[in-house]
Design a protein around this ligand. Structure first.
Ligand SMILES: [Zn+2]
Ligand SMILES: [Zn+2]
Length: 192
């Protein structure tokens, strides 16, 4: 499975898709919203400010083109590493060198094939952090995390830790991000 940014300069191979993913998730948290506003890509948020993420293991991602257009921000000094492309400002993934988790943005999957997620994964499985949603999110959205979210995500994380899937991330080299992340100041954050 190839994923790519809007313009196609950045492309990556997901070697285990549609295996090794917990499925489609929606995060309504303020950081995910701030990230897309920072990129001026609020067009990728749903009507309640949700971001759709389809996680993969870092070890299952191979960058095949466009490593030179990869950029990274962190909203806080301890925040997730949020990678995006400088060519067309497409969010790539939210990740961290220590976790078997790369939360790949839905956009990366559907640029070339808009129905791939419906065909391969079916509907969204779980949503989190509804307390930050704009307006009223869909019925059943938890304020933070709920049991449904846990049972969707925990087996993926446990299996990933067991198999060492945080290692060999294409986004990190010996624990250091492949591009120096820009850490936003409180002032920059408040602007977005
Ligand atoms: Zn691009
Ligand atoms: Zn979030």
């Amino acid at each position: 499975m190839q994923i790519q940014c809007d313009c196609g300069k950045f492309r990556a191979e997901l070697t285990q898709f549609p295996k090794n993913t917990p499925g489609r998730l929606i995060c309504y948290c303020d950081d995910c919203q701030a990230f897309l506003h920072y990129l001026k890509r609020s067009d990728l948020l749903d009507e309640n400010g949700g971001t759709e993420i389809i996680p993969a293991y870092p070890a299952d991602i191979k960058i095949v083109a466009g490593k030179d257009v990869v950029k990274c921000i962190r909203l806080h000094s301890k925040g997730m590493y949020r990678f995006f492309t400088s060519c067309c400002l497409t969010p790539i993934a939210n990740t961290d060198p220590a976790r078997p988790w790369a939360g790949i943005n839905q956009r990366m999957y559907v640029t070339k094939d808009p129905t791939i997620l419906d065909r391969e994964l079916g509907p969204v499985k779980a949503s989190i952090m509804g307390k930050y949603a704009k307006g009223t999110p869909p019925a059943g959205t938890p304020q933070t995390f709920d049991f449904k979210g846990m049972v969707t995500v925990m087996p993926f994380i446990i299996k990933g830790k067991f198999l060492g899937k945080a290692k060999h991330s294409p986004f990190f080299d010996n624990g250091e991000a492949i591009v120096v992340p820009k850490v936003l100041s409180a002032e920059e954050r408040s602007k977005i």
